[in-house]
Design a protein around this ligand. Structure first.
Ligand code: UDP
Ligand code: MG
Length: 302
């Protein structure tokens, strides 16, 4: 059976038509999991109607808006298919690709991912911020996700791994990248949104970006270590110069002590912060309780 997980948030216009359209591309044995991410309009009513008409549709309702990442997580934990497809409700992820995704999965790929051929009609500002975000993320965490999208198929074995992740604030796309497994990458054309507006505002995108970067890298914490080193080198140079001035007798009385004290205290504080930063980084890695490795297969197991 194939499960399709779709997060929905304030999508009263078009949700029913969109879901029916998506179902056209599904095999006979399917299940659609609609996760209502705390919509304020009549979305839940529409979802309930769908569930009544079609018992292969499962509705899950959040008590308030917890965000798309959480909705995806809830969706996969309610899905029972052998493969789970994740997609948006606005048909921007074209359902035409579903049969091909399923075929690739049957060929043995555990993850079928999609990347956008073009980013569609987006403002220059949005394109630039997306570029900046993906570059920073790649530099800091090594995850290369430019143009990646949330439209993907996951095998049951992958879903079971991701379901057991304990970290509370997660960046779903990053996790799927992180778990590994054989993956097939499909290039897709994204469509324009037919009804309604994008549900992501600048603030929530910033939050998502910051969360993504801090979830996959502790590099920001190490900035103090770098600053400390730079500061220390400057301090040594300045210190030598100050002592030299004192020795040759061109400095004001008492001034040397003040400068040296400033330098020593400054670099000492930076160093201590760096040490604390490194430990906090380690604690952070540990509390996430992410598995140390993921085994995809074992041969000749006794
Ligand atoms: N969505 C959600 N919770 C949110 C924001 C969005 O579940 O807080 C859903 C939304 O209903 C849609 C999908 O996530 O199915 C993608 O949202 P949208 O199309 O607004 O994002 P964009 O296409 O602009 O990235
Ligand atoms: Mg959209």
């Amino acid at each position: 059976m194939i499960s399709v997980v779709i997060p929905v948030f304030n999508e009263e216009n078009g949700i029913q038509e969109n879901i029916k359209e998506i179902i056209k591309y599904l095999p006979k044995e399917y299940e659609v999991v609609l996760v209502d991410d705390g919509s304020k309009d009549s979305t839940w009513k529409k979802v309930s109607e769908l569930c009544e008409e079609n018992h292969q549709i499962l509705g899950v309702r959040f008590s308030r808006n917890f965000g798309k990442e959480a909705a995806l997580m809830a969706g996969i934990s309610h899905a029972s298919g052998d493969a789970v497809i994740l997609m948006d409700s606005d048909l921007q992820h074209p359902p035409e690709y579903i049969p091909e995704m399923i075929q690739k999965w049957q060929e043995g790929y555990k993850i079928v991912e999609t990347v956008k051929k073009s980013r569609g009609k987006e403002s220059i500002f949005y394109k630039m911020s997306a570029g900046l975000f993906y570059n920073t993320l790649k530099k800091l965490s090594g995850l290369d996700m430019a143009n990646s999208s949330d439209y993907k198929l996951l095998d049951r074995s992958v879903v079971d791994k991701i379901k057991n992740f304990k970290e509370g604030q997660l960046f779903f796309r990053g996790l799927v990248q992180w778990v590994g497994f054989e993956r097939y990458v499909m290039e897709i054309d994204v469509h324009e949104r037919k009804t309604g507006k994008s549900k992501f505002r600048f603030k929530s995108l910033m939050k998502l970006a910051l969360n993504a970067i801090t979830s996959f890298s502790s590099s920001l914490l190490y900035i103090t270590a770098v600053l400390g080193t730079v500061f220390f080198v400057c301090a040594v140079i300045l210190g030598i110069q100050t002592i030299y001035n004192k020795v040759v007798g061109v400095s004001e009385t008492g001034f040397t002590t003040v400068i040296l004290l400033q330098l020593i205290i400054g670099s000492l504080v930076m160093f201590c912060l760096a040490i604390i930063g490194i430990y906090v980084g380690k604690i952070y890695e540990e509390v996430k309780q992410r598995p140390q490795f993921i085994v995809s297969e074992v041969k000749n197991k006794k």
